[in-house]
Design a protein around this ligand. Structure first.
Ligand code: URA
Length: 214
């Protein structure tokens, strides 16, 4: 897939009304070649100005949560459900999400990530393809198209404060990020075990071939 061509197309996209009010399209940060994809909602004021997702206060909190599980932005792709800022930071509208769907789908199909972290309701509903709200969805790992999905609150919700089931929103997010660490470690261990098994069978095949030619 020519993801660079799709990015170029996105950067000049006029498929929905947000093209009229955005400063620039916000494509991604981090690396689309990593195994973790983090999906937010939509660019805000700072992101629209800088062209980079999660550069404001919510982004700083995201960086902190990533650091707590030994990850940084270079080890993940950071994207949004919609690539242009809604005026006044209003919620994305359904037709805007649909117009933008091919771009996020292309990013995910290119990446085939091991783990997808969905931040808040819009990303969670998009990925789980279900109307379930984030408060009910979080705290669990879901399987979709070969990836482990870990839904959590949007960092902006944690910045607003508030409590959830006896713990603060930020601590609930910390729990969810620990789930991400566990899933990554488990998937890595499983991949290593698979690689070891296939090396053994290649060695066995090699031995058979030697016999055959011998
Ligand atoms: N909130 C989001 O959902 N995405 C951003 O890029 C910034 C803030």
């Amino acid at each position: 897939m020519d993801i660079e061509a799709i990015r170029s197309e996105a950067l000049t996209c006029t498929k929905c009304r947000l093209a009229e009010t955005r400063t620039q399209v916000v494509w991604a940060d981090g690396s689309l070649d990593s195994e973790v994809c983090i999906i937010g909602e939509a660019p805000g004021f700072n992101e629209d100005k800088q062209g980079v997702p999660f550069v404001g206060a919510a982004g700083q909190l995201l960086d902190t949560l990533l650091a707590e599980i030994d990850l940084d932005r270079t080890q993940a792709a950071i994207v949004n459900v919609i690539k242009c800022r809604p005026p006044g930071n209003r919620d994305p509208q359904t037709d805007e999400i649909e117009a933008c769907r091919p771009y996020l789908s292309a990013q995910l199909n290119y990446m085939r990530p091991e783990v997808i972290i969905t931040l808040g309701n819009f990303a969670t509903k998009f990925i789980l393809d279900s109307p379930v709200g984030i408060t009910r969805a979080r705290g669990q790992v879901y399987a979709r198209k070969g990836a482990s999905i870990v839904p959590t609150f949007h960092p902006a919700a944690a910045l607003r404060g508030g409590r959830f089931g006896g713990i603060s929103t930020i601590d609930a997010m910390r729990e969810d990020f620990r789930l991400v660490r566990n899933v990554l470690d488990e998937r890595r261990a499983a991949a290593e075990a698979r690689a070891a098994t296939s090396t053994e069978s290649i060695a066995a095949d090699g031995a058979e071939q030697l016999d055959f030619f011998g």
